[in-house]
Ligand binder design. Sequence first.
Ligand code: UT7
Length: 323
Amino acid sequence: MARRSFIRGTGSYLPTKVLTNDDLSKMVDTSHEWIVERTGIHQRHIAAEGEMTSDIATAAARDALAAAGLTPADLDLIVLGTTTPDQTFPATATAVQAKLGMTGGAAFDVQAVCSGFLFALSTADSMLKQGLFNTAVVIGAETFTRLLDWSDRGTCVLFGDGGGAVVLQAEEWDGAEDEGVITHHIRTDGTKSDLLYVDGGVSSTGTIGHVRMEGNRVFRHAVANISAAIQAVLDDTGLTIEDIDWFVPHQANKRILDAVAKKMNIHEDKVIITVDQHANTSAASIPLALNHAVRTGRAKKGDLILSEAMGGGFSWGASLFRL
Ligand code: UT7
């Protein structure tokens, strides 16, 4: 018998306000056609004034708890992947803890930008397996548009706000090895940080800063690193691409997803794509896409899911789990 984590429910939340490509074309020199052709994005959601990352995260967590048939009283761990905290400190996860009315356990943030959800998932999974906690909500939530330079067409058309969550629960398990949360591959390379970063921070400029990116170079690294991470989790388990029921990737750019699918021989019908609806929501995009796959009835209990992400740092990774 060994402890293993299982996904009990998924949830998500998107702010009400929608910004279309046509809206953006009135703000910068761009067009709906350019954005759709180069990224696959049609629209993005924007947090309302006063709506914070913790509000988005709490809504997503409540949705996942309801799907799991659990309440905040059942939780003893919150791990939140975010790059856009409410405040520099305390951790936004503690605000979520308070908003949920959860008084025990522990809550903390993980910062790995677009890979934040996978880093948070692997952290929570390890802690559950180790026996430190029993029931966790793992959240990816962002108010990423607050980091944008709205005069930079190379970045401002790409991102949006939102949140997604999964409830994980530990069980003593002596069944098959490919049940529940199976494995993760998590990597970073700090020498590439100048290709995607925010030009501000507490200890550098004392300002929040704006997103800066060499999109073209990030694109090429993304395809290579994501493909390597997918191969690593397959090698780790002995599973093959054909065994995977659904690919639930980080939603940055549909062309990246197409390029990875082509390189790894993934059938396009198996790739969950939501980037058209909410753009790149950084750490939120995987749980948003996962919840979409579950709620639309595509991904079902027992399906094998492979998720992958790549983002600032560089940070990247892949996770393999069965619903
Ligand atoms: O999730 C975190 C990781 N981030 C990513 O994965 C993003 C990765 N990169 C990308 O998704 C793509 O590189 C972009 C969508 C950012 C850009 O697409 P691209 O095909 O790599 O275009 P490019 O940067 O090579 O630019 C092509 C042209 C340039 O004009 P010139 O120099 O050829 O005249 C840009 O100035 O497109 C221009 N351009 C735009 N035109 C209209 C750049 N942004 C825009 C825009 N509207 N919004």
